[in-house]
Design a protein around this ligand. Structure first.
Ligand code: UDP
Length: 455
């Protein structure tokens, strides 16, 4: 009987159309599909075009306009957010109200927490609604503290912030907005809004796991009905045709084979993997310092330099690096790379997905955070989980080549490096336990599915 009900239950999934938001929610969807639920992802045309997943009975993708295809580009972040919300909500409502050619047995909408207005659209149509947070629980709590006035924003330059259930945080550890031109604080308002209607949401999912953020999770769970479901990329997909290689990549081409071949040619723990995710960009001067720092370190490295960043590399650097046996690509399958035994450490911007991926695969991190939650994630990497170091910029905000070399040495050598690797190994065990059968995240998903089927 349950199987019959499962076959009938469709979940509509609405990711925010950015790589770091799509990945965790897609992995979660694949896992639900492996448990017998039917999934319809609703997104824009660009995301659908980038999908490399078999669109079969269990997963399909429908597109609606979010305004991004319009020729006139928004002139400010404020204009962008306004247009996105206006167009997406109007078209989502229209889409849901149209009769469907496909089996329409939708019970629930799972939406990115940064799109809280989807909740009303769902409830008005008698659909259940679940908000999916793609940032850490600790960072989410900071946005909640801003909403409640416990943390003033713009931040007051006091020495240390002591906030409930979080470690003491200095200014440099708080989510950073200094690189945005945002006098009206539109970005912070957008992030705080994730908490605007959580009381009415039927489920709240966090892409994290219990032992990683236990105190703040306990506190959150005392306020809202949250479920940890992460790390979603490590959820086992054994009983499904969907695999790790089925993904949505907004970046093309992905140098999978070149990377694997190159990694296979390297010794265990002998290379540095460098990547700053899908959005962060470095100043030209910073790219140069990093490039020369990597060369000076004498380590082999695999550096993901997105096409839009390539022109900032010093002249001749690419050929020098290649001659030295290093590899530079525009995009790779990051979790494949991080799970390779050749990787000794990860120089990262500390986006939440990259952070979770490194922890779950037991790779120590050199944090070079740029903005928003990355600064807080890098604080946790260094002082809470003790699995890495954080680069120190000079007075002009540039991390110099000598500092790059120093950080690589610190993570890869000596007692300190050894301790970081050992902590990373312990977290790897805990992360994998959470998603295995009987683990907390896997159990939470089981509970959620039962609750959904009974509702
Ligand atoms: N990623 C990837 N290949 C790359 C660089 C990044 O597959 O060459 C993936 C990475 O595994 C992660 C996502 O892109 O899942 C980036 O998300 P994150 O939260 O780390 O950073 P963001 O891009 O949102 O700043």
């Amino acid at each position: 009987m349950e199987k019959e009900v499962m076959k009938m239950s469709r979940v509509l999934v609405i990711p925010y159309p950015g790589q770091g938001h799509i990945n965790p929610i897609l992995e979660f969807s694949k896992y639900l599909a492996s448990k017998g639920l039917k999934i319809t992802i609703i997104t824009n045309k660009t995301v659908k075009k980038s999908a490399q997943i078999p669109l079969n009975n269990s997963i399909q993708i429908e597109t609606i306009s979010d305004g991004s295809e319009q020729e006139k580009k928004p002139e400010s972040i404020e204009e962008y957010f306004k247009r996105f919300k206006r167009e997406f909500s109007k078209n989502l409502a229209k889409f849901l109200d149209e009769p469907k050619s496909w089996d329409f047995s939708a019970k629930l909408i799972v939406y990115d927490s940064t799109m809280p207005w989807v909740l009303d659209i769902a409830h008005q149509r008698s659909l259940l609604a679940a908000s999916f947070f793609t940032q850490s629980c600790s960072v989410s709590a900071l946005y909640y503290y801003v909403k409640k006035g416990l943390l003033k924003f713009p931040y007051e330059d006091s020495e240390v912030c002591n906030l409930p259930f979080l470690p003491a945080l200095e200014m440099k550890d708080l989510p950073s907005f200094s690189e945005f031109s945002d006098p009206k604080q539109i970005v912070m308002t957008h992030l705080v809004d994730q908490f605007s209607n959580l009381e009415e949401v039927d489920w709240i999912f966090f892409n994290t796991f219990d032992k990683l953020e236990n105190e703040i999770l306990d506190w959150m769970a005392s306020k809202w009905s949250i479920k940890t479901v992460g790390p979603t990329f490590a959820l086992p997909q054994k009983d499904t045709k969907l695999s790790k290689n089925h993904m949505i990549s907004l970046f093309d081409p992905i140098y999978n084979e070149a990377c694997t071949e190159w990694l296979n040619s390297k010794e265990t723990s002998s290379i540095i993997y460098v990547s700053f995710g899908s959005i962060a960009s470095l100043k030209k001067e910073q790219m140069e310092e990093l490039a020369y720092g990597l060369l000076m370190s004498n380590w082999d490295f695999l550096w993901v330099v997105r096409a839009s960043e390539e022109e900032k590399l010093p002249p001749n650097f690419t050929s020098l690096a290649l001659e030295r046996g290093c590899l530079i690509v525009n995009w790779c399958h990051q979790t494949e790379v991080l799970s390779h035994k050749a990787v000794a450490c990860f120089m990262s911007h500390c986006g939440w997905n990259s952070t979770l991926e490194a922890l779950t695969l037991g790779v120590p991190v050199i944090g070079m955070a740029r903005w928003v939650d990355q600064t807080t994630n890098s604080k946790f990497i260094v002082d809470v989980w003790r699995v890495g170091v954080r680069v120190k910029p000079n007075e002009n905000g540039i991390v110099e080549r000598e500092e790059i070399v120093k950080c690589i040495e610190k993570v890869t050598q000596g007692d300190e490096g050894k301790e970081m690797r050992s902590n990373a190994y312990k977290l790897k065990q805990l992360a994998n336990e959470a998603v295995e059968k009987g683990g907390t995240s896997a159990g939470n998903i089981e509970d959620f599915i039962s609750e959904l089927l009974c509702s």
